[in-house]
Design a protein around this ligand. Structure first.
Ligand code: KG4
Ligand code: ZN
Length: 347
């Protein structure tokens, strides 16, 4: 039997829907919320409202694109026919902003009830890891995954699609926060990660030296870096008010260089302690061009097989929710209609 799943992601500020058939992504549609830029961060109330506005058109667009991809007509009747034929509805259950999660969860539950199909609850961070299974080349189990997003920084040991263990994580800020908070100190708009990436490309990564914390084991810490950057900027702008604009590329390159070295030194330690040589990355920060390049180079040096998802599967998306739901479907891992989303969730 062929399995078609409609998946919805609404954990933060992206409203997304995807259709997956037998583990193949037919469509992956995302509406980005630009309303937050002017506030320097995601405003939860505005995010929930934007999800409310976006969710129906986003789901509709995902269904339409799926029909297009499989050579079916894209008129309204054909889109309804596809909706009637889905075998399960998947949604992001946790973690995330509770108001945002509620919109996706409520929509998914209503749809599952109306279509009389099972509901699949997906953990957002597990889905980031399994984004590595969307396209070839795919890693074989077991593999390690450095999962770096706006809210999390983890090293995950993946034994099978549904057996994922966190073996290292941040003790304070996430890598994405380190990028975004540094960008804010530089006067750059939210989200600053992609902008630091952009300016870093023409800068000298060794011009300024920022400290690397000495945290035992496989855990991370980024709060010291943030403080070091703050003092560095205060000191230098006191002497030269134009310091940031005159040195933006070198500052960005140096900050990015340090964040990457903090991340990859722990990946190296994880590979050494587990003996696993297949290394994946996932999450929004894995879109960073410096990190992608550095991981590839480190992989070549250490004879690892490295896996880097396509950009669209690194940042928040529903294709990763759909692929995770597919593996859950195969294991009959369905959720009850009484399931509630939660802002925080242990694995
Ligand atoms: O996974 P994601 O889209 O959302 C969460 O689940 O948090 O990650 C968002 C984070 C933000 O902190 C953003 O600045 C960062 O990913 N990010 C980047 C890049 N693209 C997104 N950080 C550095 N370089 C990038 N190119
Ligand atoms: Zn995410």
């Amino acid at each position: 039997m062929s399995i078609t799943i409609l998946a919805i992601e609404s954990s933060c500020d992206e409203t997304a829907a995807a259709v997956c058939r037998d583990g193949v992504i037919l469509s992956n549609f995302i509406a980005n919320q630009t309303v937050h830029e002017q506030y320097g961060g995601v405003v939860p109330e505005l995010a929930s409202r934007a999800h409310m506005q976006n969710i129906v058109p986003v789901v509709y667009a995902a269904l339409q694109k799926a029909n297009q991809q499989s050579g079916e007509p894209t008129d309204e009747a054909s889109i309804h026919a596809l909706l009637q034929s889905v075998h399960a509805i998947a949604f992001t259950q946790a973690p995330g902003l509770i108001g945002s999660l509620l919109v996706g969860a409520q929509f998914a539950k209503s749809l599952a009830l109306a279509l009389n199909v099972p509901l699949i609850a997906v953990h957002h961070m597990q889905a980031h890891v399994l984004a590595n299974l969307i396209e070839d080349p795919r890693p074989e189990f077991p593999f390690l995954c450095l999962t770096v997003s706006g809210g999390h920084t983890q090293i995950v040991l993946a034994e099978s699609p549904l057996s994922l263990k966190v073996i290292g994580e941040t003790m304070d800020d996430a890598a994405g926060e380190a990028f975004d908070k540094s960008a804010k100190l530089l006067g750059l708009p939210y989200p600053g990660g992609p902008l630091i990436d952009k300016y870093a490309q023409t800068g000298d990564p060794n011009r300024f030296k920022f400290p690397e914390p000495q945290i035992p084991g496989l855990n991370f810490s980024f709060s010291g870096l943030k403080t070091a950057i703050l003092y560095f900027l205060q000191e230098n702008t006191a002497n030269n008010p134009n310091f940031i604009e005159e040195n933006l590329a070198d500052i960005c390159a140096s900050i990015q260089h340090r964040i990457i070295s903090i991340l990859l030194n722990k990946v190296k330690a994880a590979a050494r302690t587990t003996g696993i040589d297949q290394i994946c990355i996932a999450g929004g920060v894995s879109a960073n061009s410096g990190l992608r390049k550095a991981l590839t180079e480190m992989g070549q040096k250490h004879n690892w097989r490295t896996f880097i998802p396509a950009f669209q599967y690194c940042t928040d998306n529903a294709a990763m929710i759909a692929i995770t739901a597919y593996y859950k479907f195969l294991e009959n891992d369905f959720a009850d209609l009484s399931v509630s989303p939660t802002a925080r969730a242990e694995w």
